[in-house]
Design a protein around this ligand. Structure first.
Ligand SMILES: [Fe+2]
Length: 125
């Protein structure tokens, strides 16, 4: 599970680079405006950590929290890609699609992780 999170952290750094590329291509500054929705999801994750949960239940909860983040990202990147397509910004749409593919793969991996080990053990505990 730790490896899955670390791998996605590396991907996330590349996704930020793609956003920088997009900003350059559009000649605009992407200043990193804070996203209230994402802040709320991170807060939910922190709540799970602060609860006195058994290790397996904690893992199950953290995977669920991480998947909420991925789904939120998929919605946001999907919208941005659709707008890029409608505006004929094909290169930008392709960059956003790469990120969307990574987010989708991460979500699937988290589902597999949850189904294969963690939730079953959490229920049995
Ligand atoms: Fe992500």
């Amino acid at each position: 599970m730790k490896r899955a999170f670390e791998r996605h952290l590396e991907e996330t750094k590349r996704q930020v680079e793609r956003l920088d590329q997009i900003g350059e291509a559009l000649d605009i500054k992407l200043t990193g405006k804070k996203c209230k929705g994402m802040e709320g999801l991170i807060e939910e994750g922190k709540e799970i950590i602060s609860e006195d949960l058994e290790a397996n239940a904690l893992d199950a909860g953290l995977i669920g929290a991480a998947q909420k983040v991925e789904h939120y990202e998929i919605a946001a990147y999907g919208t941005a890609r659709a707008h890029a397509n409608m505006l004929g910004l094909n290169k930008i749409a392709r960059l956003l699609q790469q990120t969307l593919d990574e987010e989708g793969n991460t979500d699937k991996k988290l589902t597999q992780l949850a189904e294969s080990i963690i939730n079953v053990e959490a229920v049995e505990a």
